[in-house]
Design a protein around this ligand. Structure first.
Ligand SMILES: [Zn+2]
Length: 328
């Protein structure tokens, strides 16, 4: 849980370290970036360094404070939680932040609040926390983590120091996937392309058995889609519905399939394909679809993602998508 264990995010780490060095710590930060991009790791590493009793820019890892951070029960580092899945209520912010921050730290220099998914704070909750952000006690530090900066009120944003995570370099990700996770080259590249600079996303793909099923499902739907009749499409839709909770990943994988079709069409070679084992089907589709048609399919997947993001009807959106993908 120290900075040196984090892969990538050099800019944010440099910022944190120099603010510790110069003793210029802000009272409120927003760390913004994709789901699984490492926001919580960064927040925890910063909190560990700030609270470390040996007071260096890099936490010592051995003092009582560092040990408490490791075990996840540091009395002066509070991870804000919420009961309902889609919202952080004003009561939760009052109890866990506003009332708590009025009490001095138990034994550390700071009292640090980490709020994951801060975009889930409703307007009331955000307005309630605003006052704490504006007039925090000397020892109070708030770290708001969010995958959707736009959902935070402009007043909240403007009073926090906003740090955006950047994609991790490819070679750093590859190195990690191959050495630390022991992936072979083919799987490492597959995860790399899927994750687009998001190491957490790549690790999830590498480790999770459900992803293997999702990949199988994507392949089984897409390789035959042009031959499907109405009933087949219905069946495909009900298969996809099983992965409703991972639909973004499902759609990312669909996009990778068509990028492969495009790649084959351009290079006429199997070397750079991600779905190498489906080479015959990719070749067939590359021959069948025009460049425009492949591009249209990729755009249609992108549109479906956007629509689902704003809570469009799942079945209608996916039906429409499957029809577009089937079209030649
Ligand atoms: Zn320490």
């Amino acid at each position: 849980m120290s900075f040196k264990d984090i892969i990538g995010h050099e800019d944010i780490i440099r910022h944190f370290k120099s603010s510790i060095e110069m003793d210029k710590i802000s009272h409120a930060y927003i760390i913004a970036g994709q789901v699984d991009s490492g926001k919580k790791l960064l927040a925890k590493a910063f909190a560990t360094a700030l609270q470390c009793e040996n007071g260096m820019t890099e936490a010592c890892g051995t003092c009582k404070s560092c040990k408490q951070m490791q075990s996840g029960n540091h009395p002066d580092v509070i991870m804000v939680t919420h009961e309902k899945p889609g919202v952080i209520s004003v009561d939760e912010i009052r109890e866990q932040v506003i009332e708590s921050i009025a009490i001095k730290p138990y034994r550390s220099k700071y009292k640090i609040y980490i709020i994951p998914d801060a975009q889930l704070m409703n307007t009331q909750a955000q307005n309630a926390i605003l006052k704490t952000i504006e007039e925090p006690p000397e020892y109070g530090i708030l770290l708001l983590l969010t995958s959707n900066l736009d959902k935070l009120l402009p007043t909240v944003q403007s009073r926090c120091l906003v740090l955006n995570t950047k994609p991790v370099r490819e070679r750093d990700m590859l190195h990690y996937l191959q050495t630390s996770l022991g992936l072979d080259e083919e799987k490492a590249y597959f995860c790399l392309d899927f994750a687009q600079g998001n190491l957490g996303k790549a690790i999830k793909l590498a480790r999770n058995d459900e992803y293997v099923q999702i990949i199988d499902s994507v392949v089984s739907v897409l390789k035959h889609i042009q031959d499907m009749d109405v009933e087949d499409l219905e069946r495909a839709l009900s298969v996809i519905e099983q992965y409703k909770l991972s639909i973004n990943d499902y759609l990312d994988l669909m996009m990778m399939w068509y990028r492969d079709v495009l790649m084959f069409k351009v290079t006429n070679s199997v070397d750079k394909l991600l779905f190498k084992s489906e080479y015959m089907h990719l070749k067939k589709q590359a021959g069948m679809f025009s460049y425009n048609s492949i591009e249209e399919k990729i755009n249609a997947i992108e549109r479906a993602k956007v629509r689902l993001d704003v809570n469009a009807n799942f079945d209608t959106t996916m039906q429409l998508l499957l029809l577009t993908l089937k079209e030649n």
